[in-house]
Design a protein around this ligand. Sequence first.
Ligand code: ACM
Length: 529
Amino acid sequence: MSFKQLSIFPILLLCLLSMGKADNPSLPLIPFPKELMVISGHFNLNNGTKFLAPKELKNEHSYLTSYLKNNHQIDLQLKSKKRNEIIIKINKSLPSIPGSYQITSDANLLKIEAYDESGVFYGIQTIIQLLPVNKIHQIDIPLVQIKDQPKFQWRGMHLDCSRHFFNTTFIKKYIDMLAFYKMNKFHWHLTDDQGWRIEIKKYPKLTEIGSWRNGTMVGHYREQKIDSIKYGGFYTQTEIKEIIAYATSRHIEVIPEIEMPGHALAALAAYPEFSCNKLPTQVGTRWGVETNVFCPTAETFHFLTAILNEVMEIFPSKYIHIGGDEVPKDEWNKSSFCQQLMKEKGLKDANELQSYFIQRMEQVINKRGKIMIGWDEILEGGLAPNAVVMSWRGESGGIAAAKMGHPVVMSPGSHCYFDHYQGLPEKEPLAIGGFTSLEKVYSYHPIPPDLDSSSGSFILGAQGNVWTEYIKTSDQVEYMMMPRMAALAEVVWLAKDKQTYANFLNRLKLQIPLLHHKKINFCQTELSK
Ligand code: ACM
């Protein structure tokens, strides 16, 4: 062995050590990269570090520049006499997967190359996770060689802003938390029985009336207590556009959910003419499922078409979520109009009527070149031709849809509902029920074993849901989502055979100072063990 070979031997050894499972817990990286090699030495980030970017990466350039200025008081320079430099660039020879990137570094150069802009952004997030929070002006970053790419294309988080309303400052913080963990879909639940939260200019009563309720359940549902405090709020279209721009610059697609035909009481309080009984009603004050739903009349379809068209004007997302879950058929079964319609259209039961309803809405969405998503109830009575199914009542809906060749997002209550308890109920704040520990989330695999590889390819990824019946404050949202979202982020990014819970937990513990620095109110139950 020559001297030259000898000198690279320790590097090769380190490389071999860090390429198997995610077994390098000394770096606080979540999700852990596909391939990582640590080399001895540092790149010193300081006020003399040069940072230039091509025009197409202006957004990523300004993101990192302002992050370092705001968090570490480091002013990167466009021109500098020093040799110390950061480069970001697109490299189409990298794996052709959106989000794939690589990092190479030595003492003078830190280079992030990526297949696309989102990959550059993810490389930046990786670097940010390596920065010690207490350092300003000068930071030594360990030298790393990374090759990384996401396993799944749908790495989602949902937030229910109907049951409780969260202001735009918090929504931006929520988006930042997603970005930090390389999540790329924000499913924004904007309408439900207890509040309509999106301004629709054609139907102003939706927010004038539908965004306010006269009371809210206190304690658990089983206690059936309701206070009499007026509660409400909504997002103007200007605010929504601002949120979309904020998310887009962080490579997060914002997908609106406009619930139909059920979970519609807030809309029906504003416009009772679109229910079957047409009787005046009130915005919901208790949790659960309401029997008063949209009636499938021509007038209702006209109303919902106008709403969806306005929504699609605002949201550039490829996907539009129409809910479709938990639709009691009581009113439809009582309605002579519905019975007549079913006869005319040859629909054999109310499930087929629901399918007829959803398929009409899908046409509106497809007409704009967009794709409709619904909860797995949209399978009942026949799935709309181009629908994506979000599987929440376990995985069976997702499995059925994938076998039919429909794209699926897995979000089963068992592993992905972050409104469930994460520790012993007697030690945790009141929650809806269930038990979804951090370890359980981490154990999730979005492709069920009973799907063969061709059906399995229809699984787009997975999503964590934050329903807010029992979550009144943004602090509590953070507590319920973190660190479970971090676990899910690794589930949807890293190959299953590289995941180990103990190792993830070690890396998560290393992130604690950063989580405090970001003022995230995370649950520490698993971290203090
Ligand atoms: C749901 O949790 N009702 C989709």
